[in-house]
Design a protein around this ligand. Structure first.
Ligand code: IMP
Length: 201
């Protein structure tokens, strides 16, 4: 059975990956005893995902562990703001303060007619021999003019993003609904497709 370490401290993400890669042994950073903070200093989603994957892969190599590592980086890109908040989504106005970050976006979007936006997720799977594959997933929608319901319980920008696929804000959708169209799930599906394509070469 393939062993995959997910390079994230987010418990919910690890559960998502476990459910998706059901044929693999999926481990978290906690499972492997990785406690260091990884600084996301990249200028692109790919750079940040790669930085995270490499840090964890180097850690595993020290113990001769031959697990593959999957890392992701994601964010919200808004057409009228030239792709902002983009790679800075988590720290747009204030580090991991979803209320202030949402407020900053709504403020900058005041009066803008073009409200098109998408969430993007870039995945990197780094193998123990140093080779890697990368996949991207997107989900499209529009930025609302005010915060929707369930903002307190919802993840970051979910309460200001109305999904084109679901016809409602992500914060007013069930987890199953969101997972059926999410950028992360689409990136995971693409990653599996790429792996299958590689096997057939
Ligand atoms: P990371 O990939 O976990 O570093 O996520 C970066 C940031 O992008 C998060 O902190 C959120 O601000 C934003 N983000 C990524 N995916 C979502 C989503 O599905 N809903 C709302 N915000 C998201």
């Amino acid at each position: 059975m393939e062993k995959i370490v997910i390079a994230t401290g987010n418990k919910h993400k690890v559960e998502e990956y476990k459910a998706f890669f059901e044929d693999a042994e999926v481990l978290s950073l906690k499972d492997i005893g990785f406690t260091a903070d990884i600084e996301e200093t990249g200028e692109t989603f790919f750079d940040n995902a790669f930085i995270k994957a490499k840090a964890v892969s180097d850690f595993l190599a020290e113990f001769g562990d031959d697990a593959a590592v999957i890392a992701d980086d994601s964010g919200l890109c808004i057409e009228a703001l030239d792709g902002e908040p983009g790679v800075r989504s988590a720290r747009y106005a204030s580090d991991h303060n979803k209320e202030l970050n949402r407020k900053a976006v709504l403020e900058k979007m005041k009066g803008k007619k073009n409200r098109k936006a998408y969430f993007i997720c870039v995945l990197v799977k780094l193998y123990p021999n140093g080779e890697y594959i990368s996949a991207e997933g997107r989900t499209y929608g529009t930025i609302l003019t005010k915060v929707a319901k369930n903002a307190d319980q919802a993840f970051a920008y979910d309460s200001i993003f109305k999904s084109d696929d679901l016809g409602k804000p992500f914060s007013e959708s069930t987890i199953e609904e969101k997972n059926s169209v999410s950028h992360r799930i689409r990136a995971m599906k693409r990653l599996l497709e790429i792996e299958e394509e590689m096997k057939s070469i």
